[in-house]
Design a protein around this ligand. Structure first.
Ligand code: ARG
Ligand code: ZN
Length: 847
């Protein structure tokens, strides 16, 4: 049952008001609803044959009434159909559901004795009968009856007393933004005064014992609220804003109106238990969910094909926020690393799909890097093309024109066209055509005129054999050979398959710095010599491209090692060494420059060049290179390690995290030569997780981790989030031939559970992130993952389907590995009663 964008039809009725009563009981919760419907004037063509269909899944109906008269529904796929008047009427239903048995974590479920909900995308239909689609908006009034002390829902609090609480949400919303929480929870409270003077009560709700880990999330929330007022002119619109931490959660977090629900890993933070990276992620996710209040909730999506309308824009907004709080270049570089690692990989294989897909089977399978991260890149390109002022004008128009509506990408592009007078017809292809464009260029120099000639080409993707040229904003700067910039960054606008741009009045042939700031999500294919790259690493004024030059050098060195059996490239080592020695350079930037491309990125590059990657050989090349760097950088590593120890009290800010990142990178190098002595010292004395975990991982890497692994467990066994790290680090740090065995052993550990997605990901996900371990020639990695996916699917289809993506690159490998993976995929697909989620995913991967 594939659903197509072209088949969109408005719902035949509108909803005027929703009243819900929940009588909570673990195995038999009663949901009593009263919903006011009226014929939808926007669906008058359907008046003849008005169909009253309501979604419903796994509900036990107790009674259904229309205008007070009991009615018997017709069961139809996905819900019920009723005979309803062609005039306003009231529909009432009482249904029974079983939250304690809900392991899919979709709808109303229980997590450690707490009731919570996850309704996006289509979970509300597991709570009661309803038109569960994003274009049906209504105000909700909710009454919760339970003996649990804390009872929460959307909107503003109403009356409450022993055993009950009432909530009222005045802002019309689709059902996917509904939420309910009930439990024995503790609040970390605060308040925020909006720009126009309203005081908002803020709370972060957690289980007893976690109240000491809320302060950072609260600070992040207040910063986000202020930032959205200052940068986008958006104010909060209720008296209360609640955030709840839940241990069992399929994704990061959810933007339910006034009641955001978070995976506890995306809220709880303390310096002892969270790394600097955890802090940064928490700050970003708090901001992301808060920003959805306008981009997602006040303006929502007409249908799920438009998901990128809210997700791409909100990811873009949270990235702007992080860049403002921390370092803009560091944020850009880490986002591009992530985009290449996850989205390019998706765009390159069987799961490639447009940022706005035109069909799907299970929408949960489309919460992807393409829709989120590439979707955000499209917003960034739009902003580059129309300029900051044009962007601000277009956004103002979007908020005033579409407030309270369920919108489309067409609506979004139209506000840009009207605000800026630009035709975005060609730009729209970015939303419609999948695949990553390959951009290449050649240069010529003649009588002071420098010409750059670009070519673009996008390879076919499933269902889309031919691609049209895109509009590509290419940020370019020119340097002269002594290192001065002779042309500051200018935005070239490429619209043709092949196009030239000229620069006049140059005394000498310049060195180009192309695609500055990663101005478009493309693969820049350009053969360049080591000397030019080293020059750019030393002199480019664009920090992104300086970092890119270093990465290109590392990649070239690795590729040559793999192709020709050569040793590490000395020019790369020399260039990196001068950068490391240069204390005028931001430590965070130097730490990033020390990073290497992912082993999976190298595998993809080889595959792109028509070669078959060998994961074991790639792992060995990385080891050789890392060892060579450790030897070449011995002195500087020792100095940097000492110099960048932080003596001030711990703070997760950009400056301290940068220092710790560089010191840890230095420790990682020293570790290869001193057999773990320094790492052991750091492990023994660390008072924060960033240093403790880095030391543990270093000890494991040199085979000296046993004692530390045991001690770490003893110290942290009561903390689920830290124990997730304990599971992961043992697997990601294992030697390739042992990684699957370590993962297999850990699935037998008493603390392993299929029911907690974080723990499942920390174990099986960690294995999949160890390319040489996962792709071990024996096939044991594949078999272990498939065994566990088969076991997980009946419990939690969403997380199962998502983890299947670990197999998506299978066609790039040798015939033996392909056969091994194919056999596992076929075994998965042949599993009786396999979920729709996993069936769709595996079928697409098999192609
Ligand atoms: N809208 C959420 C976000 O902030 C993601 C929720 C997705 N949930 C799901 N089950 N697919 O990105
Ligand atoms: Zn989101």
């Amino acid at each position: 049952e594939t659903i197509y964008l072209k088949d969109y039809k408005p719902f035949s009725y509108t909803v005027q008001q929703v009243d819900l009563l929940f009588r909570l009981a673990a195995n038999a919760t009663r949901v009593i609803s009263k919903i006011a419907f009226a014929p939808n004037p926007q669906a008058e063509d359907q008046a003849e044959n008005r169909r009253f269909f309501l979604h419903g899944e796994g509900l036990k109906p107790i009674s259904l009434k229309i205008d007070g008269t009991p009615v018997t529904p017709r069961e139809v796929p996905g819900g019920i159909e009723l005979d309803a008047p062609d005039a306003p009427f009231t529909f009432e239903a009482e249904v029974e559901i079983d939250p304690a048995a809900n392991t899919a974590l979709e709808g109303l479920y229980m997590s450690n004795g707490m009731y919570c909900t996850q309704c996006e995308a289509e979970g509300f239909r597991k709570i009661t009968y309803y038109p569960d689609r994003p274009d049906v908006l209504a105000p909700f009034d909710v009454r919760i009856e339970s003996d649990l002390p804390v009872l929460l829902s959307n909107g503003n609090p109403g009356t409450s007393g022993p055993g009950f609480a009432e909530w009222s949400d005045p802002w019309p919303k689709p059902a996917y933004l509904f939420a309910l929480v009930a439990g024995d929870l503790i609040a970390h409270p605060d308040t925020f005064t909006t720009r126009s003077g309203n005081t908002v009560d803020l709370n972060v709700w957690v289980r007893p014992g976690d109240e000491g880990k809320c302060a950072f999330a609260m600070e992040s929330l207040k910063k986000s609220m202020r930032w959205d007022e200052e940068v986008y002119g958006r104010e909060y619109d209720l008296n209360t804003f609640n955030i709840v931490a839940v241990d069992d959660f399929n994704m990061g977090a959810m933007e339910n109106k006034g009641l955001n629900i978070f995976n506890s890993s995306a809220v709880l933070a303390s310096s002892e238990t969270s790394t600097d990276a955890n802090f940064e992620r928490i700050e970003a996710i708090i901001a992301h969910e808060y920003f959805h209040n306008w981009t997602g909730n006040r303006i929502t999506c007409r249908d799920w094909f438009q998901l990128c309308l809210k997700e791409g824009l909100t990811v873009f907004r949270d990235a702007q926020f992080t860049a403002d709080q921390r370092s803009e270049p560091v944020k850009r570089i880490t986002d591009v690393i992530d985009l290449r690692g996850r989205q390019f990989r998706e765009d390159n294989g069987p799961l490639a799909h447009p940022v706005r897909p035109d069909s799907f089977v299970e929408i949960n399978n489309f919460y992807t890097a393409t829709i989120y991260e590439k979707g955000a890149e499209l917003i960034g390109m739009l902003k580059r093309l129309v300029g900051d002022e044009g962007y601000a004008k277009a956004l103002d128009l979007y908020f005033t024109r579409h407030d309270g509506e369920a919108c489309t990408i067409e609506d979004w592009l139209t506000v840009f066209e009207e605000a800026t007078g630009r035709d975005l017809g060609q730009f729209k292809r970015w939303y419609e055509q999948a695949g990553t464009p390959r951009l290449s260029f050649t240069e010529s120099f003649n009588n002071g005129t420098y010409t750059l000639t670009f070519k673009q080409q996008t390879p076919p993707t499933p269902g889309q054999p031919n691609k049209d040229p895109r509009v590509i904003p290419i940020a370019v700067g020119l340097l002269n050979p002594n290192g001065d910039e002779v042309q500051p960054t200018t935005m070239l606008e490429m619209t043709e398959a092949e196009q030239s741009f000229t620069f006049d009045g140059l005394a000498t042939k310049p060195i180009p710095s192309v695609l500055r700031g990663f101005s478009a999500p493309v693969i820049l294919e350009h053969e360049s010599d080591t000397q030019t790259r080293a020059f750019l690493l030393a002199h480019d004024t664009d920090p992104f491209n300086r970092w890119q030059a270093g990465r290109d050098l590392a990649q070239e060195s690795l590729l040559t090692m793999l192709r020709d059996g050569a040793g590490p490239d000395n020019a790369y080592l020399d260039a990196l060494l001068s950068l490391l020695r240069d204390d005028t350079q931001d430590p965070a930037f130097r730490a990033l420059a020390l990073g290497l491309p992912g082993q999976d990125d190298i595998a993809q590059t080889l595959a792109d060049q028509g070669q078959t990657p060998d994961p074991q050989a790639i792992w060995e090349a990385f080891e050789t290179l890392k060892h060579a760097r450790a030897e070449a950088f011995q002195d500087v590593a020792t100095r940097l390690y000492a110099q960048y120890q932080v003596t001030a009290p711990y703070s997760p800010d950009a400056e301290q995290s940068g220092a710790r990142a560089l010191a840890n990178a230095a420790m990682g190098m020293i570790n290869r030569l001193d057999g773990g002595a320094l790492a052991q010292k750091q492990f023994d004395s660390a008072d924060n997780m960033t240093q403790q975990l880095a030391a543990l991982s270093a000890l494991i890497a040199v085979g000296k981790g046993d004692a530390a692994v045991a001690r770490f467990y003893d110290q942290w066994q009561a903390d689920r989030l830290v124990i997730d790290k304990w599971f992961s680090v043992q697997i990601t740090g294992a030697r390739p031939d042992e990684a699957a065995d370590v993962a297999q052993r850990l699935t037998q550990h008493p603390d392993f559970t299929m029911k907690n997605p974080n723990r499942f990901r920390a174990t099986l996900g960690a294995l999949a992130m160890h390319p040489a371990g996962f792709h071990h020639a024996s096939g044991k990695g594949y078999a272990l993952l498939a065994d566990n996916l088969i076991a997980l699917d009946p419990l939690n289809p969403q997380t199962t389907a998502r983890m299947c993506t670990s197999f998506q690159t299978w066609r790039r490998y040798d015939a033996d590995r392909q056969a091994l993976i194919k056999a596992q995929l076929e075994r998965l697909l042949a599993t009786p009663d396999l979920s729709r989620d996993t069936t769709e995913m595996v079928s697409r991967i098999l192609g």
